[in-house]
Design a protein around this ligand. Structure first.
Ligand SMILES: Cc1cc2nc3c(=O)[nH]c(=O)nc-3n(C[C@H](O)[C@H](O)[C@H](O)COP(=O)(O)OP(=O)(O)OC[C@H]3O[C@@H](n4cnc5c(N)ncnc54)[C@H](O)[C@@H]3O)c2cc1C
Ligand code: FES
Length: 266
């Protein structure tokens, strides 16, 4: 089998998690065995030219299933969210790099913001009780997947912007003197930048999942270029192919690091 493939995958289970967030489990066959959390699928949207990138929340090879959590943001995600059990997703997957858990006996900190939380679930599960999730949401009614992390044995700490659930404030304020050996993060760029700084201060490795507007999703169009740092200096990498998960030290976080296309053909 190729590194990635296209597949029509029947929706086995659909649940509404909040007003605009939906949880899908699809029959993915052998794709489930070669996928891991943090990689993503390009999902075809009927009537649209470009597929939509959605993270793999969990891969379950035993049950030949993939799980996706989708938030309605625009027309494409609204169409996907409207699909029902028995309908199918047309996937191009698995794409990009996923989280690399490494030694799961380490104390791991998972930091997520909003719709950045789902890909952390599959990465956190192998750590069980060694994992702490610090997750930030707009408000209490936007909190997702708390029970899933708890069922996996992880400690869950929540912050909300309006204080309606958990602690009011930034997700990074949930950490206190907590000690950890490794960090995994996914969410808005300012949050990732703060987490990267924290990792530098504590001297621990940190993997961050970047989000960038995408077209092809397979490294061909350069639409998702991001500035990176390597041994030979700075260079442009592709979020879809070189990422979306990067070592936080390889990301250039300063202003002007993101190159966004002015207009997109959808
Ligand atoms: C690697 C990666 C993983 C993602 N994982 C998830 C996930 O697990 N769950 C989830 O709900 N969303 C996820 N997103 C964001 C999701 O792809 C966008 O919300 C979605 O593409 C918006 O499409 P739309 O048609 O609803 O919105 P529109 O704004 O109408 O989209 C217009 C165009 O812009 C692109 N676009 C718009 N916003 C984004 C964005 N934030 N990132 C990339 N392309 C965008 C669309 O693909 C489309 O081509 C992820 C994005 C990336 C890059
Ligand atoms: S989306 Fe085309 S190169 Fe990344």
């Amino acid at each position: 089998m190729k590194q990635y493939d296209t597949r029509r995958c029947a929706i086995r289970r659909k649940r509404r998690l909040t007003g605009d967030v939906f949880d899908f489990t699809v029959d993915a066959g052998d794709l489930a065995g070669i996928s891991r959390a943090g990689q993503f699928a390009q999902i075809y949207v009927p009537g649209k030219t470009l597929r939509r990138p959605i993270s793999i929340c969990e891969a379950d090879p035993e049950n030949r299933a993939l799980r996706f959590v989708i938030q309605v943001r625009g027309e494409g995600t609204a169409v996907l969210a409207g699909l029902e059990e028995g309908d199918s997703f047309d996937l191009l997957a698995p794409l990009g790099t996923g989280f690399e858990p490494g030694d799961t006996s380490r104390r791991a900190l998972f930091v997520g913001g909003g719709i950045g939380v789902p890909p952390l679930l599959g990465a956190a599960k192998p750590f069980g009780g060694n994992a702490v999730l610090a997750a930030g949401f707009r408000s209490g009614d936007a909190v997702i997947l708390k029970e899933d992390f708890e069922a996996a044995g992880c400690e869950v700490r929540i912050a909300t912007d309006d204080g309606s659930f958990g602690r009011r404030g930034l997700v990074t304020e949930l950490l206190g003197a907590t000690e950890f050996d490794v960090i995994f993060a996914c969410g808005p760029r300012p949050m990732l930048r703060a987490v990267s700084r924290l990792a530098d201060e504590r001297g621990v490795p940190c993997q961050v999942s970047l989000e960038e507007r995408m077209a092809c999703g397979v490294g061909a169009c350069l639409g998702c270029a991001v500035r990176l740092r390597g041994a030979a200096g700075e260079f442009y990498g592709r979020v879809c192919r070189d990422g979306p998960v990067f070592d936080s030290r390889s990301v250039v976080w300063e202003n002007g690091t993101e190159r966004r296309a002015a207009s997109w053909q959808t």
